[in-house]
Design a protein around this ligand. Structure first.
Ligand SMILES: Nc1ncnc2c1ncn2[C@@H]1O[C@H](COP(=O)(O)OP(=O)(O)OP(=O)(O)O)[C@@H](O)[C@H]1O
Length: 228
């Protein structure tokens, strides 16, 4: 997926200013930056939830700019949004069926990777623990072969053990050749997984390169205001 010259915002507020970002095939890209930099907004543009004011979005070499989110989802973009991306009033099974193209996809791809969800199929998603809800949201990425999976702070607010589990799932996805765009508060862990890193600041790309080029913890903390 390639985003070129993306300018976007909300009503009269410009959030992104001429952003270029590429998610190469079979690669993990970390998108870092301080609060309010525009990371979530960029993911929303990439998944078609927010139409950019200018710039282009290419998927598998095809211009998909302006296509709505359901069309981009059908074309292979999977967006795991910030917060628990599940329908709390529906059961685990119903949530999975909304995410997956078929029951076979759930049985063959999702349940082997997330056995605990398999034990709770009839439970309402809203009554799962926070970690289980996030696993359910993350399960979406396992439902098929996606061209790009966009993950917005999927480890936010979870216990360290659950965060470990989430990163294990991300490693498995990456090893299977799925391209990931990762917005993460756990900067070090994200950089361990990433092939490329972008730093977004006030709506502009301030750094693009490989993780080793980003430098030391001190640089990281000054860029990002944290060093976790
Ligand atoms: N629906 C909206 N309407 C108006 N402004 C918005 C809306 N959503 C986000 N913004 C503004 O856009 C800017 C960028 O927000 P965004 O959520 O993209 O940043 P972020 O980098 O993901 O931040 P964080 O790390 O805090 O999640 C912020 O100033 C925010 O207040």
């Amino acid at each position: 997926m390639r985003l070129t010259g993306i300018t976007a915002g909300y009503e009269d507020t410009t959030v992104l200013r001429g952003v270029d970002l590429t998610i190469p095939d079979n690669a993990v890209v970390a998108l870092l930056g301080p609060n309010g930099a525009g990371k979530t907004t960029l993911l929303r543009v990439a998944s078609g939830l927010l139409r950019p004011w200018s710039g282009t979005i290419e998927l598998d070499g095809r211009d998909v700019t302006g296509q709505p989110s359901h069309a981009l989802a059908a074309a292979g973009v999977c967006h795991v949004p910030e917060g628990r991306g599940v329908f709390p009033g529906l059961t685990v099974d119903e949530n999975l069926r909304l995410q997956a193209p078929s029951r076979t996809a759930v049985a063959e791809r999702v349940l082997p990777a997330f056995p605990r969800l398999g034990e709770r199929l009839t439970q309402r998603a809203g009554s799962l623990s926070g970690g289980e809800q996030q696993m359910l949201a993350l399960a979406h990425a396992y439902t098929g072969r996606h061209s790009a999976v966009l993950l917005d702070e999927v480890s936010m607010g979870l216990a360290p053990r659950i965060v470990d589990e989430i990163f294990e799932h991300l490693k498995v996805l990456a090893a299977s050749g799925t391209s990931l765009l990762l917005v993460e508060q756990y900067v070090k862990r994200a950089l361990e997984l990433a092939d490329y890193v972008y730093v977004l600041r006030r709506g502009q790309i301030e750094f693009a390169g490989e993780p080793w080029q980003l430098g030391t913890d001190a640089i990281l903390s000054s860029y990002l205001g944290e060093s976790s």
